[in-house]
Design a protein around this ligand. Sequence first.
Ligand SMILES: Cc1cc2nc3c(=O)[nH]c(=O)nc-3n(C[C@H](O)[C@H](O)[C@H](O)COP(=O)(O)OP(=O)(O)OC[C@H]3O[C@@H](n4cnc5c(N)ncnc54)[C@H](O)[C@@H]3O)c2cc1C
Ligand code: FES
Length: 262
Amino acid sequence: MSGSGQTHDDHRQWAETSHCRVSAARHLGGFAVLELIAPRIARRAAPGQFVMVTVPGEGYLLRRPISLFSAEADCIALLVEARGRGSERLTRLEVGDVVDVAGPLGSAFPTQGVTNALLVGGGIGCAPLQYLADELAAAGAHVTAALGFRDFRAARAVGAFTIERLSVATEDGSVGRAGTVLHLLAALDVAPGTTVYACGPTPMIAAVQRWTFHEGLRGYVSLEAHMACGTGSCHGCVVDTARGKLRVCSEGPVFRLDEVTP
Ligand SMILES: Cc1cc2nc3c(=O)[nH]c(=O)nc-3n(C[C@H](O)[C@H](O)[C@H](O)COP(=O)(O)OP(=O)(O)OC[C@H]3O[C@@H](n4cnc5c(N)ncnc54)[C@H](O)[C@@H]3O)c2cc1C
Ligand code: FES
């Protein structure tokens, strides 16, 4: 992380906080795409990183971790799903509202040298994939995305994505192919050497990991964990990896697919 003064052994990260004004808000069922004016974050951000956002109002002590859905010029965008009280309040933000945002935080998806990329997402775990697709496509990579959702309500998030080669599955068959994202993967003609990028619920990550290894591919995963500080100080987000116990917020959230045990 540039500018953090971070050493190899010290993964606590420097979290610059910005007061960010909402410049656009689009609602898709229980989801909202929020565009925030955040020049300092947008300039330093990379796909896979996240921000910690304050929730306006009483009783929201902790910031909520939210992935960067996009970052362009002076703005960042977040795709937020109303899950509990805090995220529901965030989906109700309106143009002109101001929130405190710390970031960009965490590790980014490696993209250098990637010519073929397969982006696999499940549920709100899909959120970092638009930014990743944009960066990969801008670098000339061939990008294919497969997104899986539980049902029609959860699949409303698809309306936020503008990835050109995008296939969708829902478990209840209401949108796209009936089944899981694994059914989409089975139907794809994947070029040798394709890099897989996965984010979503743990069972999906485990299944995508098995599929990736079976196909002889390599890839990266973005993990979720409950976070308090988001900056490496509280050790509340530790996961077991092949490199030992690592913090999702600071050593992650992006890890190599072969070093995690979902
Ligand atoms: C690195 C990272 C990136 C994330 N990116 C996004 C994003 O782009 N968009 C988005 O909508 N959400 C994202 N999340 C999840 C989001 O942070 C949680 O949904 C939110 O903090 C829940 O707050 P709440 O007050 O609404 O929920 P609570 O009332 O605290 O809980 C509601 C439900 O959400 C679950 N939950 C709470 N926190 C998390 C968490 N960190 N991970 C998984 N489940 C959780 C709880 O178990 C409970 O079932 C991300 C989480 C992490 C760790
Ligand atoms: S959330 Fe505190 S160390 Fe990761």
